[in-house]
Design a binder for this molecule. Structure first.
Ligand code: ZN
Length: 301
């Protein structure tokens, strides 16, 4: 099992960020810009020869970097440079599954409670049963506020309690959230496979272009398959980082499968590129949402 924490993710994709900081003078900055352009041009040339990590085509454009986890989940560091994933995949099917993951209720709740803004800088808002929960950032370095708006006599906050350590425990009635039907479970599974496969690129690079991984590419791009998405029933509210994990296993018939996991702000999510159910549900600790190819629509080509 290969695991990475925030710290290692930051380290791996930190080169471009520090490049800017070091260039203090205009001259240095120009030199750094020229080097960056050269590096990007080279990466794009390589990409055109190699083809996109997912669609394997060379004609989708390679102008945008790809976020391994969506920016709206607070990820500004774990990024694949231009030249790995084409713009057509990045802005097309990958954007759709990133959005599905951001909007998955437990993920969205953690984004709201922790005040993680979207790509456009908007703070997420949760729909409650008769009300909303919003994160309001502190003004000029002040403390942020969690704001519960009750719009009816029926109260969304059913109880709250001040704990001795200064924390507040509260119970909210939620509404909304997309029902976790097979097509949605498949989208979430694809989002986890995408992040794990992209993270694996940082460790294994072009090895991932091998035909053993074609089924992962197909799955991420939405080719219907049988599979599952699983989520832990409880959230670790003390956890605030992101841990992506992946595990390659060679199956006897020459095939490989990838088990993919994401621990995001205490929300633990799992999937697999081949299995139709997890190897364990950890004594009922995780809930499993299966899907079948016949329940899914083919992607537009
Ligand atoms: Zn592509």
């Amino acid at each position: 099992m290969v695991e990475c924490t925030d710290a290692t993710l930051n380290e791996k994709s930190g080169t471009m960020a520090t490049m800017g900081k070091r260039s203090n003078t205009i001259k240095q900055r120009h030199r750094a810009d020229a080097a960056r352009v050269q590096k990007t041009n080279r990466a794009v040339k390589d990409a055109v020869l190699r083809g996109c990590l997912f669609c394997r085509r060379s004609d989708g454009g390679f102008d945008a970097p790809e976020h391994i986890l969506p920016e709206s989940m607070g990820n500004t560091e774990a990024i694949l440079p231009n030249g790995v994933v084409c713009d057509r995949c990045n802005h097309g099917p990958l954007a759709v599954i990133d959005e599905a993951l951001c909007e998955f209720l437990p993920v969205k709740l953690r984004r709201t409670l922790l005040g993680i803004p979207s790509k456009r800088g908007a703070y997420p808002q949760m729909k409650l049963f008769k009300g909303t929960l919003s994160f309001i950032p502190g003004k000029e370095g002040g403390e942020p506020t969690l704001f519960i708006n009750e719009n009816a006599s029926k109260r969304p906050m059913t109880s709250h309690e001040m704990l001795p350590d200064g924390k507040v425990a509260f119970t909210l009635s939620m509404s909304g959230g997309k029902p976790l039907k097979p097509p949605y479970a498949s989208q979430l599974s694809r989002a986890l496979l995408k992040s794990a496969f992209e993270y694996a690129w940082l460790d294994h690079g072009e090895e991932l272009l091998d035909s053993r991984f074609d089924h992962v590419r197909d799955a991420v791009l939405g080719v219907p398959r049988d599979g599952f998405f699983a989520a832990a029933k409880t959230t670790d509210s003390n956890h605030t980082g992101a841990v992506i994990s992946y595990n390659f296993e060679s199956l006897g018939n020459g095939e490989t499968r990838i088990a993919a996991g994401l621990l995001y702000a205490g929300v633990a999510l799992f999937t697999d590129s081949r299995l139709m159910a997890p190897l364990t549900t950890m004594d009922g600790f995780i809930e499993v949402f299966p899907f079948e190819a016949s329940q899914l629509r083919k992607p537009r080509s």
